[in-house]
Design a protein around this ligand. Structure first.
Ligand SMILES: Nc1nc2c(ncn2[C@@H]2O[C@H](COP(=O)(O)OP(=O)(O)OP(=O)(O)O)[C@@H](O)[C@H]2O)c(=O)[nH]1
Ligand SMILES: [Mg+2]
Length: 457
């Protein structure tokens, strides 16, 4: 089916050096040539392959709207696999809007979110998981997250291909014993079970890696909590490396939740400093305390701070009762001071089994231990083996889990069901697995996936 011609701004709106408007669809090069006047040389529609031409986008009355660099990529050698033109105009909101409007005047329509990438997929330029990787590349917050997303984008999914091959091999074996029982003899059930076992194992490794690496994509929320004046805001500032939150020696300084993003050992962390929790009559502080409680509830991880020079007080015990033991790291702060009222035996008695770090935020003691502990707590599960170190999104996880269920179900029924049922089951697993690359997916599901994209991608 011939797709219509689409256009959209691919760079973020606002002011910048360059704004890029991307156009795609059969005929766009001839269309755009009508509103483009090259500074010198041949007209656009006479150029083949890939070209960059300096020229002007012209208005209805023939006046110049903006000087642009026009990129032409002819099908199939373009992002979408169709004819593509890219107008590199000046990146102000007005030139961009005027140039885009001229494209719409030509009869092009505004692209929907993700439509360029969707066309790339539909035209066989990329597989669905590669298309999804585009979002992860754009949203990557750390080098490690980017590395994993790029690996998907490269399409290095040989492990999926391998699993597919294994299943095809089983399929061929079963079909052969159905169609040519005399020639090939009885189905070797042991071998089939063995191959399916290998497949299950590979799927498990992929799922394990996906679970472990999910954090590089989604990031984690780490909340710093504790009574007033323990040094929560000081810790936030120290980890961020900038004076983000106000620090004073007056208890009750922080009222709002103060948050920022940092990279802790490759993990994208949303770090949140909260108002010190205590009973207070102060109206504003009370609201702050309520907010603290709310973020503590939903945090992935909590850094619960104590003050070494103050000892463990009733306030600390009350706060500790609020926090979930599974998600807590205890940091005993201000260990640089002479007065040390918290002993390890006391810690062990009051917080049995909880990992405690002692340190001093102002003297930069214990912060590395803290970062290491955060990494340890959020990176759970086995370290992925070579070749299995991938990142998977929720959709892909669901596909792999369903495939795994089908494969293990099939393996258990070998020898107990007729061969044609076995063949159908293996085929079902193959079809399910095909949803990763998208080759067996229905159109409405594909539409939904691409709608998560931003406009212009
Ligand atoms: N000696 C010493 N003082 C510290 C340390 N960390 C923080 N402080 C001091 O403790 C005081 C309180 O620090 P903040 O970071 O404002 O404490 P907070 O927990 O955010 O306090 P609230 O916002 O009131 O809940 C400040 O005077 C800090 O300089 C430390 O490791 N050692
Ligand atoms: Mg504070």
């Amino acid at each position: 089916m011939k797709e219509d011609m689409i256009a959209a701004l691919t760079t973020p709106p606002g002011e910048g050096g360059v704004g890029i408007i991307r156009l795609s669809g059969e005929g766009v090069i001839e269309q755009i040539a009508q509103i483009f006047r090259p500074v010198k040389g041949r007209q656009l529609d006479k150029r083949g392959g890939f070209s960059l031409t300096l020229g002007w986008i012209t208005g209805e009355d023939g006046t110049n709207i903006d000087q642009v660099l026009m990129g032409i990529m002819r099908a199939p050698h373009s992002y979408t696999g169709e004819d593509v033109a890219e107008i590199n105009c000046h990146g102000g909101s007005l030139p961009v809007r005027r140039c885009l409007q001229r494209c719409l005047d030509l009869g092009l329509r505004l692209a929907e979110p993700g439509e360029f990438t969707k066309r790339a997929f539909l035209n066989g330029r990329i597989e669905l998981n590669q298309a999804e990787a585009v979002i992860d590349v754009i949203r990557a917050k750390t080098d490690r997250g980017l590395q994993l997303a790029v690996r998907q984008l490269e399409g290095k999914t040989h492990f999926i291909d391998e699993i597919e091959e294994n299943l095809l091999q089983v399929n061929a074996m079963v079909e052969a014993s159905i169609d040519f029982p005399e020639e090939v003899g009885e189905l070797d059930s042991d071998e089939v079970a063995l191959i399916l076992g290998v497949v299950e194992n590979k799927l498990e490794k992929l799922l394990d890696a996906g679970r472990r690496n999910e954090v590089f994509r989604a990031g984690v929320e780490v909340v710093i909590c504790g009574k007033p004046n323990v040094g929560k805001s000081s810790l936030l500032n120290a980890l961020l490396g900038k004076e983000k939150a106000i620090v004073t020696d007056i208890p009750g300084t922080t009222r709002d939740v103060v948050e920022d993003y940092i990279n802790i050992r490759g993990i994208p962390v949303k770090l949140m400093d909260t108002a010190g929790i205590r009973f207070t009559e102060d109206f504003v502080e009370k609201i702050g305390v309520t907010r603290s409680r709310e973020v503590i509830e939903r945090a992935d991880l909590l850094i619960f701070m104590l003050d070494s020079a103050e000892g463990i007080t009733q306030e600390d015990l009350d706060i500790y009762r609020m926090v979930d033991r599974e998600r807590v790291i205890i940091l005993v702060n201000k260990d640089d001071l002479e007065r040390k009222l918290i002993s390890s035996t006391e810690l062990e008695r009051i917080f049995p089994g909880v990992n405690v770090i002692r340190g001093s935020v102002v003297k930069d003691v214990g912060l590395e231990d803290l970062e290491r502990e955060i990494e340890k707590r959020v990176l759970t599960g086995k370290v992925p083996e070579d070749g299995f170190d991938i990142m998977i999104n929720l959709r892909q996880k669901d596909v792999l889990e369903r495939t795994q269920k089908l494969v293990s179900g099939t393996r258990r029924t070998i020898g107990k069901v007729p061969l044609d049922c076995l063949a159908v089951d293996v085929w079902g697993a193959l079809e399910t697995l095909g949803e990763i690359s998208g080759k067996t997916l229905k159109e409405d599901i594909i539409d939904r996936i691409f709608h998560e994209f931003c406009i212009g991608k």
